[in-house]
Each structure stands twice: as structure tokens, then as C-alpha cells.
Design a protein around this ligand. Sequence first.
Ligand SMILES: C[S@@+](CC[C@H](N)C(=O)[O-])C[C@H]1O[C@@H](n2cnc3c(N)ncnc32)[C@H](O)[C@@H]1O
Length: 217
Amino acid sequence: MLELIHTADGSTTILNTELNATYHSKFGAIQESTHIFINNGLKFITKTNINVLEIGFGTGLNAMLSLQKAVKENLNVNYSAIEKYPLEKEVFEKLNYFELIDIRKEQLDAVLNCEWEKENIINSNFSITKFKSDANEFNYTQKADVIYYDAFGPGAAPEMWQSPIFEKLYSILNTGGCIITFCAQGELKRILKRCGFTIESLQGPPGKREITRAIKN
Ligand SMILES: C[S@@+](CC[C@H](N)C(=O)[O-])C[C@H]1O[C@@H](n2cnc3c(N)ncnc32)[C@H](O)[C@@H]1O
């Protein structure tokens, strides 16, 4: 069962009651996504042509905020996202991101409802390809500059926080690229180090002390 939640910054999110997992922080969905994935992920890459890979497309919030950033900074973002359990269009309609993100509704709508397994050009700054797949089984081939690792946390989805997927992600990251995630567990940092990453513990958004950036040097 999915329940709509109002978070502290005025943006909404979803609670999956079976897993007891929210898609974003109750302290502020947009605030959290912006802090973690845009300011400490996308902004970390200093090129203008950037390949983003997202693990866990969910409500599409990270993708829409990336589109907004790409337009504002005149970047060329090629966005790929993997999602095992896509949300229905009706769920997207209940969230209030259309009102809060400064991009034309048709373009936001196209990000959320575009065809799967196909490149969709949203505008001159942003294209998106979404894959309906289990991220643990996905055949990773395309190189990435930044990976938004936004699966449910280790409590709700332990299978998403084990070595094999991070080894695969290391192999497709460009040198100088990074994985950015909300998770700051010691076990995750040990796994990432063993894969070859350099770990940075960064200040988290409100309600979260720390987040993790893993860099491929
Ligand atoms: C924290 S939510 C993602 C929030 C999302 N990034 C957003 O901006 O709304 C975690 C997402 O991971 C997805 N997920 C769970 N297990 C997965 C798997 N094995 N492979 C791919 N996606 C998975 C869930 O369905 C959910 O959409």
C-alpha cells in the first residue's frame, strides 16, 4: 500500500506501508533530494556533458530536479534510471512536484511518463532512458559520471547494499566520477572501499547527520 505524506518543506512523498519505507525524508523531500543528489552529486561533476545513472527512479523527483539544474546551468545531461517497481501515473498526479519545480509541466510529465527502454529527448539540455529492471540483475554497459544510489535503505532492502552491484557500478564509472547516496553505514563504506572507491562522509540534509560520496580516482 502507498500513502501520500506531506513533508516539512511543503513537498509531498510516498510511504510504502508494507516495507515501512518512505521515498524521501519526512524533513523535506525536495530539500533532501536537492542536497544529496543535485548539490553533492550532479554539481560534483565539473563537465558540461554529464551521464547520470539513477538506481531507484521512484517518483522521478531526482530526475526532475536534475532536469531543472541542467536547464539553469545549461548542461547537457544524459540521464538513465533503473526501477523495479514503477509507480502508476495516478500516483505521480497526487504528488505536488509539478507546482514546486520550475520547469514546464509538459516536460516534467514527459520525464515521468515517457516510454521505457528508449531514449526520450525532453529538451536541448536533457534526455532520459528508463529501464524497468532489477538493479541487481541489470546489464550495465553505459559509462556514467555520477550515480545517484537511491534504493530503499539497508533495513527495507538489504539485497541492494551488498558488494556485487557496487563492483559493477565501479566498472562503469568514469575516472573522477562518483556514487552519491543517503546511506552512511560503516558496512557500506567498507564495501565501497574494497571495490576501489575513495570515501567522503559529507554533511547530510536536515534530519540526517551524514551522507556518503564514493569517488573513482
Ligand atoms: C527511496 S525510493 C527512490 C526515490 C526516487 N529516487 C525518487 O526520486 O523518488 C527507492 C526506489 O527503489 C526501487 N527499488 C527497490 N528495489 C529495487 C531493485 N532491486 N531494483 C531497482 N529498483 C528498486 C523502489 O521501487 C523505489 O522506487
